[in-house]
Ligand binder design. Sequence first.
Ligand code: ATP
Ligand code: MG
Length: 494
Amino acid sequence: MSFLRGIIDSFSSILNEETKNDTNVSSSSSSSSGSMNGIDGVPVSNERVAYKLKGYFDLGKEEIAKGVRAEEWGLHDDALLHYRNAQRIMNEASSTPSPSYISSSEKEKVRSYREKISKWQNQVSERLQALGKRTGVGVSENNKRTVASPSSASVSSTASRYRRTPSQKTPVPRGGIAMARNTKDAAAASPKPVKESGSVHDDKLVEMINTTIVDRSPSVQWDDVAGLDGAKQALLEMVILPAKRRDLFTGLRRPARGLLLFGPPGNGKTMLAKAVASESQATFFNVSASSLTSKWVGEAEKLVKTLFQVAISRQPSVIFMDEIDSIMSTRSISENEASRRLKSEFLIQFDGVTSNPDDLVIVIGATNKPQELDDAVLRRLVKRIYVPLPDSKVRTLLFKTKLKSQPHSLSGSDIDKIVRETEGYSGSDLQALCEEAAMMPIRELGADILTIQANKVRPLRYDDFRKSMAVIRPSLSKSKWEELERWNSEFGSN
Ligand code: ATP
Ligand code: MG
């Protein structure tokens, strides 16, 4: 952000400097245009070069200003287009020939313009290069577009992407909510306008939320999640069914608005939330709490506010906050001001959506450290669902699912034996164990690996798993597990 500020500031200083100079040029020019013969009796035609350069400057200045604004909003393609226009205009300016005879004062003006043109050219090509790297577009594309002045087609097409209201001095990017709605949402309630939109900043955030936080293609299906029947039932009653049948879930059946998925790492909390996204007809906002604090530095509080407003406008909505402990942990004296404000904003917004019986915005938090959560946050996440380590039934299911696509010679009793021996393994530990076991037959091949036919690789056997268990150990210590179990019996809903 501060980097961008620097660029904007440096452009602004050039633009200001130029405005100052323009005034000088126009006043001296107007005095020259008053004379038929021009200054010092030099014919006017020779003086035109200063006017011409000024014209180029005005056009270039306009394009740079648009480019800077587009960059501020994160519209990199638009910024590229404007900087390219500016570059082209400046190229033309610098190739304008100086007349053979020119008065000394005009000569000075022309020299000063040329100097500034070259300064602008350098700055613009630096921005083009930086943006080109970020967007993957080569700077050389530059000369393919036919844009030389703001009246040309491509500038006006860019301009048409902005709307102006009489009270707005700066254009505002179109889009926001309507732009990112998907067909699924069309069936849902019509959107309410986002409160407080209209300022450039809010519209930019709305657009970012719609493009980067709304999850449209969750890859996990309900059946991919092995076991966890209690958690699935709670999510069905609280999110999936109320979103599909809002008419049935009113009054006493009104679903709880806050839910916490907690439990040891690697047992399907994130998977469950993603499955909810693909099963429900709700708009799914996937917010990673850690990215909220890293990516949105300084803007996190505003983002949370806007996020809830967008969620209300696109309800039924689910706001999923993964790793919620990283921003909603117990307040401490050492806590910085920004994170305190972020937390307060979250609580205010959360209370806002729960107080209105007509709003269906559900917040799901996930954490493996529930004991670190702030009490105020915990109080609002009324339903707390424990996602435990897989029991023997779930481990059996997991092994059978994972072995489906792998040739093996394991009997039912072999699988039972592995299941007994993997007590204390998490879902992700089991995944790692299967991957390690699957490598065993490959490692035996030695140099044959390059020539052997895929179907000739020997099937997996019990011994592969036994050996792999020596390498892949359960990742959760007993004390951690016991701590979570205790927390569940004290605060959990199941
Ligand atoms: P963390 O607390 O570290 O965020 P998590 O509980 O969110 O962990 P997930 O990311 O959902 O864990 O799961 C990690 C991986 O473990 C999954 O990608 C999947 O391969 C496997 N896994 C865990 N639980 C299950 C399950 N119930 N069914 C199928 N696969 C599972
Ligand atoms: Mg997770």
